[in-house]
Ligand binder design. Structure first.
Ligand SMILES: NC(=O)c1ccc[n+]([C@@H]2O[C@H](COP(=O)([O-])OP(=O)(O)OC[C@H]3O[C@@H](n4cnc5c(N)ncnc54)[C@H](OP(=O)(O)O)[C@@H]3O)[C@@H](O)[C@H]2O)c1
Length: 313
């Protein structure tokens, strides 16, 4: 049940604000009156534009800079979107992965404890082994790769805060548009290939519940607005193979489905193992946050219009 005893937090610090989720969160929160947003990212300048928020360059592994920002900005809430997210790179650069995904979160936790600041931390379906998805919030983590291990450790650090000071939002295979990203995401990769008439190989034996980044940003905003604590699974509603997701994109946006070739995961030589069958049960977020993800049709046409607008800009 949604309780309406909303606590209005005025000051929100966003880390990793130049990433896919970070940009969507900053855009969403700074467009609402009750948030004063300070966006931070590793780059000297913000990649997003048109947001009424501050921006400061911040590497979250730099504890002194983070401390100074806490003292100067006095955030009520931190939304931690910063992470080393390249799963294969995490496998080969383990110490860099741990430094960003765990050590920096531990520093953030210490600052949140001292300053009585709420931490909303973003985590992943890759904390699960993928044998029995879709998963609930109460299922037992058992990661199959180093990225997943680092995210479990980050969750454990966050859980050491007093109960009223933490929320963990886990999500799955996030897609959407953001400006000047260095990496494509599953949907933009599929769209860019199909729109150029290029064939793609897509796995039939990895199952996910793909998440539109605008839905995720809305869900996180609701968790902040309703002052929710604990763990929430926020993803798309449907579990399907990545291959079926590619077919869905072709169907909705009118591309040639024959360009999409089914393959199994063994045909790719990836450094890190992937959990085969994840995806989330989102009942808790639906019930407690009023979270309602868009249908694929709506999400994909929204994404297409954002992509078209960015080409024209
Ligand atoms: N994308 C998905 O499918 C997915 C699925 C499940 C969970 N998640 C989680 O969602 C969160 C947001 O990820 P995303 O999808 O937005 O990925 P993303 O686009 O890779 O964004 C991550 C951001 O963190 C930044 N970053 C990395 N190290 C940093 C550091 N030391 N200090 C400050 N910023 C740093 C990255 O900057 P650089 O570009 O400079 O590296 C990037 O802007 C992460 O916690 C991720 O684990 C994502």
């Amino acid at each position: 049940m949604i309780t309406r005893d909303e606590i209005v937090f005025r000051r929100v610090l966003v880390t990793g604000a130049n990433g896919l989720l970070g940009q969507a969160i900053v855009t969403r929160l700074s467009g609402l009156q009750n948030y004063d947003v300070l966006a931070t990212g590793r780059d000297a300048d913000p990649k997003f534009e048109g947001c009424s928020c501050g921006y400061i360059s911040l590497d979250i592994t730099d504890t002194d800079s983070m401390h100074r920002i806490f003292v100067d900005f006095e955030p009520d809430v931190v939304v931690n979107c910063a992470a080393m997210t390249q799963v294969d790179l995490c496998e080969t650069r383990k110490s860099e992965c741990w430094k960003t995904n765990v050590d920096a979160v531990e520093s953030l936790v210490k600052l949140c404890r001292v300053h009585n600041t709420k931490l909303v931390h973003v985590s992943t379906d890759f904390i699960f082994d993928g044998k029995n998805g879709p998963y609930r919030e109460t299922d037992r983590p058992d990661p199959v790769n180093y990225y997943g291990k680092s995210k479990v450790a980050s969750e454990n650090a966050v859980r050491s805060l007093p109960d009223n000071l933490w929320t963990i939002v886990r999500t799955v295979l996030v897609y959407g548009h953001a400006r000047k990203l260095t990496r494509s995401n599953i949907a933009t990769w599929i769209i860019s290939n199909l729109s150029e008439g290029k064939s793609i190989n897509v796995v039939t034996d990895q199952f996910r519940s793909p998440t539109y980044v605008e839905d995720l940003a809305r869900g996180i905003e609701k968790a902040i607005r309703y002052n929710k604590t604990g763990v929430y699974h926020i993803s798309g509603r449907d579990q399907l193979s990545v291959y079926d997701f590619a077919l869905k994109i072709a169907e909705v946006l009118g591309y040639d489905e024959n360009l999409i070739h089914p393959v199994d995961a063994s045909s790719f030589s990836q450094t890190a193992a992937r959990p085969p069958r994840t995806g989330f049960i989102i009942l808790k977020a639906e019930t407690e946050l009023g979270y309602r993800p868009m249908s694929f049709e709506l999400a994909l046409t929204d994404l297409e219009s954002r992509l078209n607008a960015s080409v024209k800009a």
